[in-house]
Design a protein around this ligand. Sequence first.
Ligand code: PXP
Length: 245
Amino acid sequence: MNLPIELGVNIDHIANIRQARFTPYPDLLEAVALIEKAGAHAITLHLREDRRHIQDADVYAVRKALTTRMNFEMGATAEMVKIALDVQPHDVCVVPEKREELTTEGGLDVIGQFERIQKVTQELSRANIRVSLFIEPDMEQIRRVPDIGAPVIELHTGTYANNTGEAKWRELERIQQAAEFAHSLGIQVNAGHGLDYQNTVAIAMIPTIRELNIGHAMVARAVFVGIEAATREMLVLMQAARADA
Ligand code: PXP
């Protein structure tokens, strides 16, 4: 019997559309209700240091309204820890953050930033927030995760998503091996970044992966079919892939 696979829908790009014109629409809470109605398991949102899409008030409003889980993505800063402790999301995913990047580029360096990430993980864990670390499918990085104390990792699938041909399949193999290794250490393995309606199938077939966090491709699909249908389509695809795994 395969482990079930869950979907966290990243709503940052819905906020991006709103912030492009500073209008009150599209309403994030309406989107959250439709995503949850479609059966998604979590709502993911990233409060960036520059507040380019999600705003502080959004985090509080979504936390209050949601009926599933909040997966709060944040940089490992004192400002974000303070907000997370106040908001009390179910999960925090710690991500690296650079001001000038288009989106999160690369995973956390849990070796180079060990102390800072361990401190943030401990502060959040003490408040019963489950901490996930967004990292590359790299064995050396994964090996240090138990010492940091995070129960979950999210494997960065960006290199897999952005490559073609041989390089894509090599990266898929790296993700499979990394997932298996982390799972053997007792770490829950999630994955995300750059996943779409085609490339998600192979990732959802990796039996040790428990949750996928997907945003851009789903919001793009929602332009044509609406966010509720876009969410259902992704869930059907993921669950069919897992059943075939
Ligand atoms: N997971 C993490 C940690 C991310 O930072 C992002 C992008 O915000 C995603 C998943 C979703 O990526 P995408 O928008 O490409 O689906």
